[in-house]
Design a protein around this ligand. Structure first.
Ligand code: MOS
Length: 703
């Protein structure tokens, strides 16, 4: 166990100053290779065949004609595929989603379920053969409709308790001067990272290697070792560059199918998902139906708060979108009830998607707060300041830094909120109605154990190795700065290597915990190395390497409510003739711990806020009730905000540190999207006087 002192004691020449990405040149020149383009000798290509029915059984798969097609090497399906083990507990106590355990049985639980993998010499041959493969089904009736009163709904704990209850809700609501009781809906949303999921599996001298696009090599080797009953030491996962993940890049069907095929054929096999396949195989954010009831006294102080959320999951795996969790952190009330429920339907399993729980949950809760502010006749910023709790409303724990009030004050000042006329529907600019809105943001800021090594070389350079993933966040660059300061050297002397499970266990790029967790481990190893070098030892040719493991240090963190927070502000214009909503400007002020690299941090926060605009106005996956599948499962049919939709946006932060963390970092991966959609929706109300409680706020809903 290495001791953990604090890098804030070291010179902080690099942390806190803007640095372009260390791999930026490789990325813009094409030198950076992504999982689907790394060359392998003797590479074969697999193409997944997905079910065309939403529920039923596979009656027959007519492989023979396809096996006779040019270049076709194999057809894997439930009759011949390797059996895998799904009876284990994986990363962070999660049971594996059997969705990734392909070809184990003849049941079809949703449309787009993998029923076969066709492997051929070229990708084109595999695709053509896959499209010709005739699969017949015994079709059964399916249910894909999430309804508020669905009889199958039940409470689910997920990674937090399903239900929390404090106080007598009915009594406090009855005693309240002002009550808001509203239902909010968010649609099915998809991650849509720019780089599709891709994996190449091959056996290399008795060792399985998977070159992949994922959010954590440690995660993927753990799952693959369990699934295929392999010693984790005999599996290696590499993932050097990742073109976005947002929660979708864990272990999914394509890696497992690639490993099966590589094992059978004893040659490298690559499986890449198409954009359309990603809609049923990459996970997604469940639609939600949320009810929020708020009761307040005449001064806007909350007496009653109820937030309940219903989401859906598949029939094969229980995943809950814990949207009511945000109320457990943001606001207290004498009676405080929250519940997360789920219903199982004939749809793919949803998964974590940027701001899981908080993103849809904050839309409902922060829109309800805005309705309460209107009814109380209190400014929405002031209402939030009056209801800013001192301790966790459910946990009773102190906050390891909260600073919500400071974010609102700074945001209100910079946005020009003080001049706002609270009355809706009054401001016009030609055919546009104008309005402004605000909302709070929060997301848990945790840290998870990681290991790192730092090596000092005789030439004065240093190499950091950690199984981190840079999914586009700038994590590699952030770790370079953290290591440089901990070593007391310029960042040019530090080379950070990531994305390789051989570097030892590390946190995934997820839960807004990556950079914090990795920085802790990197700083610990670097500081110990600096101390050793300070003793004046010469450096041998192989260098001097120090390894850290933060398990013990993180385990001894004092219990506290640890979150990043923020305040979102938006101005919108609504075209009264077409129903079009344009966001005109946006400002987010965040309290998110120490900011390692302001350049990439701003990019992260802006990206989250833009996704909030997208969530408020554009994104919506629509399912066809008859087939059970998507309509328009591509980037033409599923509208993500583009440049033309994005106005001038500012993201900034206030001083905020977690005193218990040696690098003082919280997390910025997800907080940027939280509250952003509510700020836009609240601005649309301010512009028009109409509440939109269902997202996205499409033109046809506005008119
Ligand atoms: Mo995030 S939704 O934990 O990638």
């Amino acid at each position: 166990m290495t001791s953990v002192t604090t890098v804030t004691h070291a010179q902080t020449r690099s942390v806190g100053t803007a640095h372009t990405r260390v791999e930026g040149r490789d990325k813009v020149t094409g030198a950076a290779r992504y999982a689907g383009e790394i060359p392998f000798a003797d590479l074969a290509h697999g193409w997944l065949v997905l079910s065309t029915v939403a529920r039923g059984r596979i009656r027959a798969i007519d492989s023979d004609p396809v096996l006779a097609m040019p270049g076709v090497l194999a057809v894997l399906d439930h009759r011949n595929a390797l059996r895998v083990n799904t009876d284990y507990t994986g990363l962070m106590g999660m049971k594996p989603d059997p969705t990734c355990a392909v070809f184990q049985h003849d049941r079809v639980p949703h449309l787009g379920w993998p029923v076969a993998l066709v492997v051929a010499e070229t990708s084109e041959q595999a695709r053509e053969a896959a499209e010709k493969l005739v699969v017949t089904y015994e079709q059964e009736p399916h249910d894909i409709d999430l309804t508020a009163d669905h009889p199958g709904a039940y409470p689910v704990d997920g990674h937090m308790p399903a239900v929390t209850e404090k106080g007598d809700l009915d009594a406090e609501l009855a005693a309240s001067s002002v009550v808001v009781d509203a239902e909010y809906r968010t649609p099915e949303e998809h991650h849509n990272p720019m780089e599709p999921h891709a994996a190449t599996a091959h056996w290399d001298g008795g060792r399985l290697e998977v070159v992949d696009s994922n959010q954590g090599a440690t995660w993927v080797i753990g799952e693959l070792a369990n699934l295929f009953s392999l010693d984790p030491a005999s599996v290696r996962v590499r993932s050097e560059h990742v073109g976005g993940g947002f929660g979708s890049k864990g272990v999914r069907a394509h890696q497992v199918a690639a490993v099966m095929a590589a094992t059978v054929l004893q040659r490298p096999v690559r499986v890449v998902l198409t954009r359309r396949q990603m809609f049923s195989l990459a996970g997604y954010r469940s639609p939600t139906i949320q009810r929020v009831r708020l009761g307040a006294d005449a001064e806007g102080r909350l007496r009653a708060l109820e937030h309940s959320s219903l989401s859906l999951t598949s029939t094969v795996h229980e995943f809950v979108e814990p949207s009511a969790g945000v109320a457990r952190v943001m606001y207290d009330a004498d009676a405080h009830h929250t519940a997360n429920r789920v219903v199982r339907l004939d749809v793919p399993t949803p998964t974590f998607m940027r701001g899981p729980g908080e993103a849809p949950g904050s839309f409902a809760l922060e829109a309800a707060l805005d309705e309460l502010a209107e009814k109380c006749g209190i400014d929405p910023v002031e209402l939030r300041l009056r209801n800013d709790p001192e301790r966790g409303p459910v946990s009773g724990l102190p906050f390891a830094g909260r600073n919500v009030a400071a974010c609102f004050r700074e945001g209100a000042r910079r946005f020009g909120w003080a001049d706002r006329d609270p009355r809706p529907g009054l401001r016009r600019d030609g055919r546009w109605l104008l309005g402004t809105g605000t909302a709070a943001a929060s997301f848990p800021a945790g840290a998870a154990p990681s290991t790192a090594t730092v090596t000092a070389h005789p030439d004065g350079g240093f190499t950091v190795r950690i199984a981190a993933a840079d999914i586009g966040t700038g994590a590699r660059t952030a770790l370079t700065l953290v290591a440089a300061d901990a070593l007391g050297v310029p960042p040019e002397r530090v080379r950070v290597r990531i994305g390789d499970s051989d570097f030892g266990p590390a946190m995934i790029a997820g839960g807004s915990m990556g950079t914090r967790s990795w920085s802790w481990a990197v700083a610990a190893a670097a500081e110990e190395l600096r101390d050793r070098l300070g003793l004046g030892a010469g450096i041998p040719p192989e260098g001097i390497t120090v390894r850290s493991d933060t398990t013990e240090a993180i385990g001894s963190l004092a219990p506290a409510e640890r979150h990043s927070f923020g305040a979102q502000f938006a101005e919108v214009a609504v075209d009264v003739t077409t129903g079009e909503v344009r966001v005109r400007r946006m400002l987010g002020i965040f309290a998110a711990g120490r900011i390692v690299n302001p350049l990439t941090a701003r990019g992260q926060l802006l990206g989250g806020m833009i996704w909030g605009i997208s969530m408020a106005l554009h994104e919506e996956a629509v399912r066809d009730r008859a087939s059970g599948g998507h309509v328009g499962a591509d980037l033409a049919g599923y509208h993500v905000a583009t440049h033309a939709d994005v106005p001038h946006i500012e993201a900034d932060w206030i001083d905020d540190t977690d005193p218990d963390d040696p690098v003082g970092i919280k997390g910025i991966g997800e907080v940027g999207i939280v509250g952003a959609a509510a700020a836009v929706a609240n601005a649309v109300w301010h512009a028009t006087g109409v509440r939109h409680r269902a997202l996205p706020i499409r033109p046809d809903r506005v008119l």
